[in-house]
Each structure stands twice: as structure tokens, then as C-alpha cells.
Design a protein around this ligand. Structure first.
Ligand code: PRP
Ligand code: URA
Length: 204
């Protein structure tokens, strides 16, 4: 597992605004998209490419076209990262996984799954919060079970507990995040974190 913490000053200032409890949903959505753009660029450094040639007005030269890519947001919160990916990679194929944590046990349950063909493809898994790691782990099982060749998780904030959980169960998954936070509180929320990402994104 590779763990990449994006400490670019732009990423860190956007994260600070997301952490700020007074940031209202419209601004939260905008900033989340901007931060997801930065994370996505980092996460796709080794995306598959195809060599090609191109005619400039002056000569023929070699170039690169992008290979196939799949993005899968985990509902709901991952939706806040999706537009960044579709804008950067307009040809991306998108699947959806609906996962919800039980408030008492923190165990995720899968309530929706709509995945495109994944055989041999690289998938970007979008979920801003890696807390216990249960949701991300269940999502990785779904993607790997559907044949994904590689999974990279884009997270805004990751807890050490969630990273360890994922590393044990899905050692080949890479994580790109803006922060590794201190840990989880007794409600399995990330501390300092930013609260409930889905609630802050959708004003619920
Ligand atoms: C949140 C978050 C993650 C999950 C992380 O989703 O978006 O999917 O919790 O927690 P974990 O690492 O302990 O599994 P939630 O279940 O609150 O659903 P929501 O996005 O619909 O609010
Ligand atoms: N889900 C969230 O939205 N926030 C947390 O801190 C943990 C899980």
C-alpha cells in the first residue's frame, strides 16, 4: 500500500476551510470540489496512457492519450468529489456504491451498487472520510470482486485506524489523502476531522 499525503499549500488551505465548522454548504461544496481536483491529479500520476503521434502545424511528434479510467464515489459523501474527476477526465466511466455506517456498530451496509465493467481496469474510489475503514474496505471488496486491476482511494481526511484496517484487508490499495488525522472519537468520528462530510455537503 502506498499512502500519499498531499501537503501542497493549496490542498492544506482548502482543507482548513473544510474543517472550519462555520463554512456553509454552498462554499463547502465548492471547496470540496477544488480539493478533490488536487487529490485527483496526484492520484492519477501513473494512470494508463497510450503512445501516439500528433501533427503540430510544423511537424509530426510523439504524444500521449489517456487510457481507460473508472471512478466510483461512495454515496453520499463521495458525490462531493465526483465532478472534479469528470471535469479532469471527461471520458471516465462512473459507477456508484451506496454504503451507510450503522450508528451503533459502525459497520457499513451496502444498499446500492451499480458498477461499470471493471475487468483489468484501474479504479478511483471516492470517499472523503476514511474513519474505521469499514466502508472503504467493503467498497474495495466490491471493486476487486468485479475485477478491478487496481484501486486508489481518494480521501480528504484519513484516520490511522482506517489506514491500518485497509492495509490489512486490501494491501494493494493505494491511498491519496490531504491529511492523516489524530484518530477516532467514541462515535467513530475523525478528530480533529471536519464533522459529518455528507451532512455538511448536503446541508442535512
Ligand atoms: C461516511 C463517509 C464514509 C464513512 C466512513 O459515510 O462518507 O463513507 O462514513 O466511515 P468508516 O471509515 O468508519 O466506514 P456515512 O455512512 O455517514 O454515509 P453518508 O455519506 O450517506 O452520510
Ligand atoms: N464520516 C464522516 O462524515 N465523518 C467522520 O468523521 C467519520 C465518518
Amino acid at each position: 500500500m502506498a499512502l500519499i499525503v498531499v501537503n501542497h499549500p493549496l490542498a492544506q488551505s482548502l482543507l482548513t476551510s473544510l474543517r472550519d465548522g462555520s463554512t456553509p454548504p454552498p462554499l463547502f461544496r465548492l471547496i470540496a470540489k477544488r480539493l478533490a481536483t488536487v487529490l485527483c491529479i496526484e492520484a492519477t500520476r501513473s494512470v494508463s496512457t497510450v503512445d501516439t503521434t500528433v501533427e503540430t502545424p510544423l511537424a509530426t511528434t510523439t504524444g500521449t492519450r489517456l487510457g481507460p479510467l473508472v471512478a466510483v464515489p461512495i454515496l453520499r459523501a463521495g458525490l462531493g468529489m465526483l465532478e472534479a474527476v469528470t471535469e479532469l477526465f471527461p471520458d471516465v466511466t462512473v459507477g456508484y456504491l451506496g454504503l451507510e455506517r450503522d450508528h451503533a456498530t459502525f459497520e457499513p451496509s451496502l444498499y446500492y451498487s451499480k458498477l461499470p465493467p471493471l475487468d483489468g481496469r484501474a479504479a478511483l474510489l471516492l470517499d472523503p472520510m476514511l474513519a474505521t475503514g469499514g466502508s472503504a474496505s467493503a467498497a474495495c471488496s466490491a471493486l476487486e470482486g468485479a475485477g478491478a486491476a487496481h484501486v486508489t482511494l481518494l480521501s480528504v481526511v484519513a484516520a490511522p485506524e482506517g489506514i491500518a484496517h485497509l492495509e490489512t484487508r486490501h494491501p494493494n490499495v493505494d491511498i491519496v489523502t490531504a491529511s492523516v488525522d489524530t484518530g477516532l472519537n467514541t462515535d467513530a468520528y475523525i478528530v480533529p476531522g471536519l464533522g459529518d462530510f455528507g451532512d455538511r455537503l448536503f446541508g442535512t
